[in-house]
Design a protein around this ligand. Structure first.
Ligand code: GTP
Ligand code: NA
Ligand code: MG
Length: 296
């Protein structure tokens, strides 16, 4: 397109739910990967962001895999609004647990449409009816009881119900009519960042508007940088990222925090000056601490 008018973008879908209820395994089966099996202790330690071309609709969705709910909470506390939809995963053998309720109340607070995936339906001890009753008791407004929350029964092991889940998500995404400008300076949100021994600071970001390019000068919180390399969620090097898409970026001068906003600016000089000004503003309140009067 011309880039000056808003164009459709992939929905960003956060997968939430109680520990070990099958969030990562669900994403693995959608992506045909095996991340869950290689995780230390089988526990997700960081937010992963994956763009998946959905097998039925051939549409792209960007999924965020969360470790329990803690990191999502931290991001929300920092004002990051990156999620469009939430998949609440509830294991059929375990039912509604404390983190299920937490996740639900967070989804409700952010006002995101929600789809419930009752997972592990292949297990002999699966009890879908019981899980549904527990959801109703937790005030989740299920469609079959006149509410607007669709429930899909799935098994990440057998693949059962995955197409139905896709349909539910695409339907919700279509209702939201998600679009963004591809033109102009990129705006993104940091979903995860760490220091890599070889690469230096590495951040996973999702673009909210504009197009982020290799070589762009950026400001992230009080840090700055120049994008040296980018990879898509399959690890393939890329040169640009569009709205709704995730990427792993290198070239920042420090490790940002989850929820930090990233802004592309016209050049390195500008990036340095904006980040310096932000850092100075952050320091300013310290100069007003009464007991420090006369010291500085
Ligand atoms: P955390 O990231 O630690 O919160 O866990 P998670 O929700 O990502 O769960 P994970 O995908 O790590 O799965 C937990 C366990 O459940 C693993 O042993 C999976 O193999 C198993 N599991 C996940 N989905 C299914 C399923 O559909 N059927 C069966 N039988 N087992 C499943
Ligand atoms: Na796990
Ligand atoms: Mg996980």
């Amino acid at each position: 397109g011309s880039g000056t008018k808003a164009e459709p973008r992939p929905a960003v879908v956060t997968v939430m739910g109680h520990v070990d209820h099958g969030k990562t395994t669900l994403l693995d089966s959608l992506r045909r990967t095996s991340v869950a099996a290689s995780e230390a202790g089988g526990i997700t330690q960081h937010i992963g962001a994956f763009e998946v071309k959905m097998p039925g609709s051939k549409r792209s969705l960007t999924f965020l895999d969360t470790p329990g709910h803690a990191a999502f909470k931290a991001m929300r506390a920092r004002g990051a609004k990156v999620t469009d939809l939430v998949v609440l995963v509830v294991a059929a053998d375990d039912g509604v647990m404390p983190q299920t309720k937490e996740a639900y109340s967070q989804a409700r607070e952010c006002g995101c449409p929600l789809v419930v995936a009752i997972s592990k339906c292949d297990l002999p001890q699966a009890n879908v009816e019981k899980a549904k009753q527990q959801l109703v008791a937790a005030e989740v407004e299920l469609e079959e009881y006149g509410g607007n929350v669709q429930v899909v029964q799935i098994s990440a092991k057998t693949g059962a119900g995955l197409l139905e889940l896709e349909e539910a998500l695409i339907l919700q995404a279509d209702v939201l009519e998600l679009s963004a400008l591809r033109d102009g300076t990129a705006e993104a949100v940091v979903v995860e960042a760490h220091l890599d021994k070889g690469l230096g600071p590495v951040a996973t970001i999702i673009v909210k508007g504009g197009t982020l390019h290799v070589g762009d000068s950026v400001v992230v919180g009080t840090l700055w940088g120049k994008i040296r390399t980018m990879k898509d969620s399959t690890g393939t090097p890329i040169n640009s990222v569009l709205p709704g898409q995730p990427a792993e970026i290198c070239g920042l001068r420090g490790v940002p925090q989850a929820g930090d906003a990233l802004l592309a600016v016209c050049n390195e000089d500008r990036a340095k000056r904006v980040s310096d000004a932000r850092a100075a503003r952050k320091m300013a309140p310290m100069l007003q601490v009464p007991h420090m009067n006369g010291v500085l």
